[in-house]
Design a protein around this ligand. Structure first.
Ligand code: ZN
Length: 50
């Protein structure tokens, strides 16, 4: 899984605390991007964690 924002694959991790979402939220520790990867699309959350 590569980050859809910065294409970095080394800092991507799954956020298991994805309350309210049916699918796991992916997080890029390089650029703080958050997204949900489904079978056929990527949903960007554009949420920057402090
Ligand atoms: Zn990134």
């Amino acid at each position: 899984m590569k980050c859809p924002i910065c294409n970095n694959s080394t800092g991507v991790q799954i956020d298991m605390h994805s309350d309210g979402y049916a699918r796991d939220i992916m997080e890029c520790t390089n650029c703080n991007a958050l997204w949900i990867a489904t079978a056929d699309e990527i949903i960007l959350l554009n949420k920057h964690v402090a």
